[in-house]
Design a protein around this ligand. Structure first.
Ligand code: NZQ
Ligand code: ZN
Length: 385
């Protein structure tokens, strides 16, 4: 096992009817900005619950943060933060709203020329404007981590940022919010969380027995409850397990003391930036091909995953190979397609373009061995057509 430090300061409040407790978590006399997405919260009752809880606070609203939170829109929210002297934010939404709020938490205290530099120059955030979240869509784990991914439509870029100043102060996870989530987004949530575990687990063995078994148990739980929630989002018990699995998949715990990959996300973000494909679906397109392409380097963990999560038997190679097939079947079982050509007709040249973008950014060695070159990226993306 590798050396590690672990600190996660986010307070989680989990369960039915917990949204109303948010007033206890926000310091008295705060000037609060509540931020949300395209309006789903106005149809499912979450907006009313939050407004009721915020009654005692001076508060303002900013709605309209789109999926894949857009820089230009967030700059408008930044203007509200400055004009109204906001000192606390409340994100009410899925990964996009929460990530948008993390960007704002950093940008509000940033003194440089333009906040885009935080993303472009990978500036870490050690102190941000404080914020809490009400999670409406289990998927990304953003509610309990310090990462964020922001999109700029103008330049078709999607870049990550982060730092210890960007953990939410608190997050409220009420599984009842799942009832109103469309099937497509449930499938996205399951597939995103599944891939988060794979990115931190399908690498090479380092005798991290506990991390491996926690990872395997998250995968097994997603396999168990994912299809149930997909068929019936009103199933509270399955929904609660789904929600907790998504948070645990990316709150920092399972990556401690182990190598991590994240090449699938790096390539996937480009597909969202270029074609607007839902984040989780880009991982379903790239992931299996990435594991196939890097089979020799990853086969021990692939075989362990196949044996422990899917109950496969046979030689190491047989189990490892069949594990990739099982993964693809699982994504298909939730109607998530695994080829780029299923999402866009204009995929010709995509691999070359992504390769060039990686070279331009000097991303010349990614993955757990830092040895996946732009040429490898081109080949993996090509396999994904
Ligand atoms: O905008 P509204 O109207 O609210 O509708 C949203 C949106 O259209 C809808 N929705 C959310 N909760 C709902 C609901 N509809 C009905 N009932 C509810 N309770 O779902 C749609 C998608 O929401 P979004 O927030 O975009 O989805 P998700 O949570 O999958 O977030 C995706 C974003 O997170 C980033 C992705 O790159 C992408 O930009 N990620 C963030 C990570 C992180 N911070 O750690 C890690 C991930 O790997 C990922 O990169
Ligand atoms: Zn993801």
């Amino acid at each position: 096992m590798n050396n590690f430090e672990f600190q996660n300061p986010t307070k989680l409040i989990f369960g039915k009817g917990q949204i109303g407790t948010l007033a206890n978590e926000i310091p008295a006399n705060s000037r609060v900005l509540m931020l949300y997405g395209g309006g789903s919260i106005k149809k499912n009752g979450i907006y009313d619950q939050v407004k009721e809880a915020l009654k005692g606070f001076t508060h303002f609203e900013f709605g309209g943060i789109p999926a894949n939170p857009e820089y230009e829109v967030l700059m408008k929210a930044l203007a509200v933060i400055k004009a109204e002297k906001i000192d606390y934010m409340l994100a009410v939404g899925g990964g996009s709203v929460i990530d948008g709020v993390k960007f704002l938490a950093s940008a509000a205290l940033y003194n440089g020329d333009t906040p885009w530099d935080i993303l472009k120059n990978k500036i870490r955030t050690f102190e941000g404007l404080p914020f809490g979240t009400v999670l409406t869509l289990p998927a990304t784990g953003s509610e309990m981590n310090s990462g964020s991914v922001i999109t700029r439509a103008e330049t078709k870029e999607k870049l990550g940022m982060g730092g210890p100043g960007l953990f939410p102060k608190f997050s409220i996870l009420d599984p009842e919010v799942i009832k109103s989530i469309p099937k497509r987004q449930i499938a996205n949530g399951v597939v995103d969380a599944f891939n988060h575990v794979l990115e931190q687990y399908i690498t090479y063995p380092v005798n991290a027995n506990l991390q491996d078994r926690i990872s395997e148990s998250i995968l097994q739980t997603l396999v168990e409850v994912g299809p149930v929630v997909y068929e019936d989002p009103t199933n509270y018990e399955a929904g609660a397990n789904f929600m907790w699995s998504c948070t645990m998949a990316l709150n920092g715990l399972i990556q401690k003391g182990v190598p991590t990959d994240w090449a699938v996300h790096a390539m996937g973000h480009e597909l969202t930036a270029l074609y607007g494909i839902d984040h989780a679906r880009t991982l379903a397109i790239i992931g299996p091909n990435h594991y196939q392409y890097n089979f020799e380097k990853k086969k021990e963990k692939l075989a362990q995953y196949g044996e422990r999560v899917w109950g496969l038997t046979g030689t190491l190679e047989e189990k490892a190979k069949a594990a990739i097939d099982k993964t693809v079947d699982f994504f298909h079982s939730m109607e998530v397609k695994t080829n780029l050509s299923a999402y866009t007709d204009s995929f010709d040249g995509t691999a070359q373009e992504i390769k060039e973008r990686f070279i331009k950014r000097n991303w010349v060695g990614i993955g757990e061995h830092k040895d996946i070159t732009p040429d490898d990226v081109e080949k993996i993306v090509e396999l994904s057509y």
